[in-house]
Design a protein. Structure first.
Length: 443
């Protein structure tokens, strides 16, 4: 089965290679990371061959979530180096900029045995940590053979991926047997994982680390905001600001249409639009200009000045989470178009009123909790988005009520970090530490 898996991944790689070649030629993507993906890390990487803890975080969201654990892992295991890998370029950039407690950041290797072995020999992990549901059969098999402990943290099995995993449950059960422990976000994800073949005794429900990874608002210092990015957005207190975060193709059109209605009610309004994919920055800028809006990119703004444009396209990586605190109202993208939604906790920590669309499969438990507690608004489509943003802009009492409920939920749901660290201590013991009661499957 493992040979068949490796063959299939090779065939997929060959099939999609023209796309990657195009991306490399057109956008200079992937060129600089290929050697690391083949297991050739820089000569200065772990030059003394020290043992380590290796965290794998796919992209931006997982890298920022890993921030919740990094400092504690360094404190608990001072004799082990701490490395973090990402799959995406954006994740790599954010990890390098935001995870000061990590000793080195590198690109995740292709999951073929000869490459995995080369990488493991350089990284020398005593513990391999996978964020969310990053299951790589050959890597996990090699970890088991070398006696490297493995754990999934902040794990989830979404309603979209669950049926696909069930199709290969026989093979998946064998792969899951190579994971020592699973720290899942919810009881539902834990049940799904057990149904797919994981040993229930190895599963613990620890909650979502996303709550613990959020940076709380920092006060201004000497009249200036602590986050440098905010100095490019010196908005007056009366100015209405709509932030559309992590938008996907098709959603910007709806946002611009809704913003036109907002502009009628509040003529000095500004919208900050943050496309999820960096290669679409230019496309979104052109779209806004074509719709008649005065448009500027964030990279073109002057420091300590107020942007006078109607639309600001956020063409930078890793700044969106801080930009949310400027918002009068927030739309979180990937949810109006069917992409499974994006993180609504980042604006929630600032007490902002949040709107999202009908497609929140990737954050279903969190979205349902927010809706149940009247801490966010869900819209079915473009027309409702228009109505929701206009209603929030013109109703400060409703804005305040939604924002306060969102912030309260964030505060109430912290605590996953300590539970996760307790499970890690069971795998790699340190002085002291407690135990986490494992998940029990109830029939």
């Amino acid at each position: 089965m493992y040979a068949l898996y490796s063959l299939l991944t090779l065939l997929v790689f060959v099939a999609v290679s023209p796309y990657f070649v195009y991306q490399a030629l057109r956008y200079q993507k992937y060129v600089g990371s290929l050697r690391q993906r083949l297991g050739y890390l820089p000569i200065t990487f772990n030059v003394d061959g020290e043992e380590s803890i290796w965290i794998h975080a796919v992209s931006v969201g997982e890298a920022l979530t890993a921030r919740a654990l990094a400092a504690d892992l360094k404190a608990q295991y001072p004799r082990l180096r701490l490395f973090l890998s990402t799959t995406t370029i954006a994740g790599q950039q954010v990890a390098r900029r935001n995870l000061q407690d990590v000793d080195a950041v590198f690109y995740f290797p292709f999951d073929w045995t000869f490459i995995v072995r080369r990488t493991l020999s350089l990284v020398k992990p005593r513990l391999f940590i996978m964020m969310e549901t990053e299951i790589w059969p050959n890597l996990l098999r090699e970890c088991r053979a070398r006696g490297i402990r493995t754990i999934v943290i902040n794990g989830r099995i979404s309603s979209r991926s669950y049926p696909r995993y069930r199709l290969i449950r026989g093979f998946f059960r064998r792969v899951l047997a190579d994971v020592d422990r699973f720290c899942m976000q919810s009881e539902e994800s834990a049940r799904r994982l057990a149904d797919l073949g994981a040993d229930p005794a190895r599963i613990a429900v620890t909650g979502s680390l996303k709550f613990d990874s959020l940076e709380m608002p920092a006060p201004a210092a000497h009249g200036r905001p602590r986050q440098r990015v905010l100095r490019f957005f010196r908005f007056g207190p009366a100015r209405t600001v709509i932030v559309a975060g992590s938008t996907m193709r098709g959603e910007e059109e709806a946002v611009l249409k809704a913003f036109r209605s907002v502009k009628t009610a509040a003529p000095t309004s500004v919208a900050i639009v943050a496309p999820r994919q960096p290669e679409r920055f230019g496309e979104v800028e052109r779209l806004a200009r074509d719709r008649g809006f005065d448009t500027v990119r964030r990279s073109e703004l002057q420091i300590d000045a107020e942007p006078r444009a109607d639309i600001v396209v956020l063409d930078t990586i890793g700044e969106l989470a801080q930009i949310y605190q400027l918002a009068t109202a927030v739309f979180v993208g990937g949810s109006l178009a069917d992409h499974g939604g994006h993180n609504i906790l980042e604006p929630a920590v600032f007490g902002k009123p949040i709107v999202f669309g009908p497609h929140m499969q990737n954050f279903r438990e969190i979205a349902e909790t927010f809706l149940l507690n009247a801490a966010a608004l869900q819209v079915a489509g473009e027309r409702e988005l228009d109505d929701a943003l206009l209603a929030l802009v013109t109703d400060p009492v409703r804005r305040a009520r939604l924002g306060a409920a969102a912030r309260a939920l964030v505060e109430a749901n912290r605590g996953a970090k300590q539970k996760t660290l307790a499970v890690i201590r069971e795998l790699v013991p340190v002085a002291g530490g407690g135990a986490v009661i494992p998940f029990r499957l109830v029939h």
